[in-house]
Design a protein around this ligand. Structure first.
Ligand code: DGL
Length: 215
């Protein structure tokens, strides 16, 4: 079976590595759109124009596509499901598990501006985090920094320390680019006994389930 993984840039590569480790029998086809990064500051209509042709092409080569981009998943998944014939797995911020796990009733969501303003994200918050304070630190330049290898570790340390000092005990990584700095973020969070979560492991389970349905 062939699985397609799509992201604007290197974010999805982190998931590709995990798929290769956990599901070595699968062939993985990775598609990125490095020249148009960052996606996370673009409007949904512009994103749709960029991603649709790329995903249509990818869909001709694979049995299933993982949209390894929270920005595209939270803004376009319904439109994409209407237009593409292959099953799509979306990656989106883990609001529900975070709201269930928090002891301080405060969580932080690190995500792009487009994700944070998407209808789907606002719905997730209204549905699952009604009684939880959700802090959304400014991460607007993180994806670009990670993509271009110019990560400002001091800025990231400051943002994470701030949300922990404000009481967040669960930090949600809501952009796949941030998976590359997960260890750094967890190291800062450890000082405050906070936990960092992201959905890659759950996505592996979802890939297994969808592929077993396809036979
Ligand atoms: N990696 C993508 C995400 O999960 C977006 C990064 C970007 O291009 O801004 O949201």
């Amino acid at each position: 079976m062939r699985v397609g993984v799509f992201d604007s840039g290197v974010g999805g590569q982190s998931l590709v590595n995990l798929i290769r480790k956990e599901l070595p029998e699968l062939q993985v086809v990775y598609k990125e759109d490095h020249e148009n990064i960052p996606y996370g500051t673009k409007a949904p209509a512009e994103l749709l124009e960029l991603v649709l042709p790329l995903l249509m092409e990818l869909a001709t080569k694979v049995d299933l596509i993982v949209i390894a981009c929270n920005t595209v998943s939270t803004t376009l998944i319904d439109a994409l499901r209407e237009k593409l014939d292959v099953p799509l797995i979306a990656m989106e911020p883990m609001i529900k598990p975070a709201a269930e796990q928090t002891q301080t009733r405060t969580i932080a969501v690190c995500a792009t501006p487009t994700t944070l303003s998407s209808k789907r994200y606002l719905w997730l918050k209204a549905q699952y985090a009604k009684n939880v304070r959700v802090i959304e630190p400014d991460c607007s330049d993180w994806a670009y920094m990670i993509e271009s290898n110019t990560t400002d570790h001091k800025q990231i340390e400051q943002r994470i320390a701030e949300v922990c000092e404000s009481g967040a005990d669960i930090i949600v990584l809501g952009c796949t680019h941030y998976h590359w700095i997960e260890d750094d973020i967890q190291a800062i969070a450890n000082r405050f006994k906070a936990t960092v979560i992201q959905p890659e492991k759950a996505i592996i389970g979802q890939i297994r389930r969808v592929l077993s349905r396809l036979g």
